[in-house]
Design a protein around this ligand. Structure first.
Ligand code: NAI
Ligand code: MG
Length: 472
């Protein structure tokens, strides 16, 4: 087991000022993989100090100057795709196939997209007798979760650096190893010292110290609603800008006339990939009452292809969830749903057969779920699909919009225009029309309780900019 004792601060790996450590566990074996420092306020203070010291000169660089190390960062991500995927498989338990195709490849696509966006962005605009400058927001605190651990780092750090901000990253305690790998790639890319800093540690200690630090100008957070609320409160007290991405309870609405089999198959993959630990997952499948039992049968058949197993095997489609705590949480939601009257189609709360070790959960499909049930209202963050029935389009819309969240969604219809007309009425930040694929240039973020602000694309860059007006 590797014991790391350093943090990346001010352009170098330095001994952590903390003596405590965090053990990183392989969710498939429950064995310790490594330990990293559990940084506290002194590490955070050193990192924010380094970011502050570098902020003015990095903000004064031209886009051409920033594009040089950012291009090397993109190239470093490209060169290390396999190591990235293997690291995420080890610490998250994500199957190697999905880790390669999504967990490693999407951050590369996002980093690549920002090279183009930065090259073309208008940092100056004429408005009447004013020139409006887009200036960097300053020192950014990035606090990231474990479910897409590199994607969430890249989606914050790369646009922040492109905007001319300096960054302190506090990654999730469950997945710090890919964050350390990212810091090595940044180091090799040759950014000036202090432009990017990494502090590993526990959320309530290192994360809280970072969010509250008076020298931080903007906090970008992805994670739970409870922590998001605390971070927004701390940002409010400090008059800091804040961006929050807090998950969802997204609806996939299949309108009569759609390709039902395709819609259901795509939905099952959407929820079971990454063991359901996807903030934008379509965890509620809404089907017309006349097609309901057909959809349940299709979902049961599709779910049969997801047999939990060793994430290191290229044949495995579903691995464990990230931690024992997450496993208990997911099992609790399954038990609760059955107690509230849901029908178990496949899966269940007990451990999958033959997998006594590892944080495994049975891929589960629930039918007869009604909108007021807990499992239809709260984010489970596990491989649990709920199927709900609707009477007509108005009823479907009411159910789709009837949660505290609004992050993503899907609509399927006989033609794109009718699906899009329905999507326009959904209170949510993203909707895929008839299976429309992920677009790294499209703004991603939540309506309602799903958060504040947007990531990815031009909108994601603009989160890290602030306007200044010069009047002539
Ligand atoms: P969490 O919100 O505790 O962790 C996310 C990040 O916030 C981690 O880096 C953590 O260290 C940090 N953090 C925790 N407490 C903090 C504090 N007081 N101040 C500053 N930073 C803090 O999420 P957790 O506990 O790992 O997962 C619980 C649930 O949250 C999941 O079951 C899921 O429903 C939701 N979640 C949503 C995510 C999304 O993509 N929107 C990602 C991860 C979790
Ligand atoms: Mg937590």
């Amino acid at each position: 087991m590797q014991r790391y004792t350093d943090q990346y601060i001010g352009g170098a790996w330095r001994p952590s000022l903390a003596s405590a450590s965090v053990t990183v566990v392989d969710p498939a074996t429950e064995l310790a993989l490594a330990s990293v420092p559990a940084g506290g306020a002194p590490d955070v203070d050193a990192a924010v100090g380094a970011a502050r010291a570098a902020a003015r000169s990095w903000a004064a660089t031209t886009r051409e100057q920033r594009l040089v190390p950012l291009t090397r960062l993109r190239d470093g991500l490209a060169a290390r795709q396999q190591e990235i995927a293997e690291t995420i498989t080890a610490e998250l338990g994500c199957p190697i196939g999905f880790a390669t195709a999504v967990q490693a490849a999407v951050p590369l696509a996002v980093a690549d997209s920002y090279l183009g966006i930065l090259a073309g962005y208008a940092f100056e605009e004429r408005v009447g007798n004013s020139t409006v400058l887009a200036e960097p927001a300053g020192v950014v605190a990035a606090i990231t979760p474990w479910n897409y651990p590199l994607h969430q780092i890249v989606a914050k750090v790369v646009p922040a650096l492109a905007a001319g901000c300096t960054v302190v990253l506090k990654p999730a305690e469950d997945t710090p190893l890919v964050a350390r790998l990212f810091a090595r790639i940044v180091d090799e890319a040759g950014f000036p010292a202090g432009v990017f800093n990494l502090v590993t540690g526990l959320g309530p200690v290192a994360g809280a110290a970072l969010a509250e630090h008076p020298q931080v100008d903007l906090v970008s957070f992805t994670g739970s609603t409870a922590v998001g609320r605390e971070i927004a409160a701390a940002a409010g007290r400090g008059i800091k800008r804040v961006a929050l991405e807090l998950g969802g309870k997204s609806a996939n609405v299949v309108l009569p006339g759609a390709d039902l089999a395709r819609a259901v198959n795509v939905n099952v993959g959407n929820v079971f990939n990454n063991s359901g630990q996807t903030c934008s997952a379509w965890t509620r499948l809404l089907v017309h009452e006349e097609q309901y039992e057909e959809a349940v049968a299709l979902a049961a058949e599709a779910a049969g292809k997801y047999v939990p197993g060793d994430p290191a095997s290229p044949r495995t489609r579903i691995g464990p969830v990230v931690s024992a705590r997450q496993r208990e949480r997911v099992r609790g939601y399954i038990t609760g749903a059955l107690a509230e009257g849901a029908r178990l189609v496949v899966g269940g709360a007990d451990a999958p057969e033959g997998l006594d070790q590892g944080f495994y959960v049975r891929p589960t499909v629930l039918a007869d779920v009604t909108p007021e049930m807990t499992v239809a209202q709260e984010e489970v963050f596990g491989p649990v699909l709920s199927i709900l029935r609707y009477r007509d389009e108005e009823h479907a819309l009411e159910i789709a919009n009837g949660t505290a969240y609004g992050l993503a969604g899907g609509v399927w219809a006989g033609d794109d225009a009718s699906a899009a007309a329905f999507a326009r009425r959904m209170d949510t930040g993203q909707v895929d029309i008839n299976g429309g694929r992920f677009n790294p240039l499209a703004p991603f973020g939540g309506f309602k309780g799903s958060g504040v602000g947007r990531e990815l694309g031009r909108h994601g860059l603009e989160e890290f900019l602030q306007p200044k007006s010069l009047q002539f």
